[in-house]
Design a protein around this ligand. Structure first.
Ligand SMILES: C[S@@+](CC[C@H](N)C(=O)[O-])C[C@H]1O[C@@H](n2cnc3c(N)ncnc32)[C@H](O)[C@@H]1O
Length: 179
């Protein structure tokens, strides 16, 4: 194979992987509103040494905000879409926070048994069941699921709702489920 053919093959594979990672996602990319980060920081209330996962971290704005607010907690952002992973990874490196890791990974392939809290934005109807099963299998008792906007049906444990607003037109609901 010539160098030219190798370059074309490389470009083709890169485009293919990027397209697949955008298509094979549980939710399209839509970031948490920056104005809601303060409420999320309060609701997360991470203790020293605790581990927090952001499932489908997008540009990692939530993980980075929490890494700054809770420097002694461990923040892990998982993102499957290649370009978003790379963007989030770069942002996390530039943030200077030492307590954050961004992984290029499908959330369903990650063992969450060391998590104290997980954050999810994108629990659509079709995903609800799959995620709920994963949470109940992986998460240890007393760990928490912080769900932005979306809610989960018939959760067996404690459920608390927090409302926050940036302006009259921009309120949000955060639901915390305890295992
Ligand atoms: C609604 S966005 C939320 C982004 C970010 N958590 C935030 O709140 O700003 C959902 C993200 O999950 C990612 N995603 C979807 N399915 C995934 C999967 N199976 N594994 C990892 N990431 C996934 C998408 O690429 C997208 O970036």
């Amino acid at each position: 194979m010539t160098i030219e053919q190798l370059i074309w093959l490389g470009l083709f594979l890169l485009t293919f992987v990027t397209l697949i990672s955008f298509i094979w996602v549980f939710a399209p990319y839509f970031p948490t509103r920056k104005g809601h980060l303060e409420l999320i920081k309060k609701v997360a209330n991470l203790k020293d040494g605790e581990t927090f996962y952001e499932l489908g971290c997008g540009d990692a704005r939530v993980s980075i905000a929490l890494a700054k607010a809770y420097p002694k907690a461990n923040l892990i952002g998982l993102e499957m879409a290649g370009p978003l992973f790379f963007y989030a990874w770069t942002k996390a490196k530039l943030s200077g926070c030492k307590n954050i890791q961004i992984k290029w990974k499908n959330i369903f392939w990650q063992d969450l048994s060391d998590a104290n809290s997980v954050y999810v934005f994108g629990m659509t109807e079709s995903l609800n069941k799959k995620l709920k099963e994963k949470f109940l299998t992986d998460l240890k008792p007393s760990s928490r699921i912080i769900s932005y906007v979306f809610t989960m049906k018939s959760w067996p444990g404690e459920t608390k709702t927090f409302m926050g607003e940036i302006s009259d037109k921009d309120e949000t609901k955060i639901t915390v489920y305890t295992v």
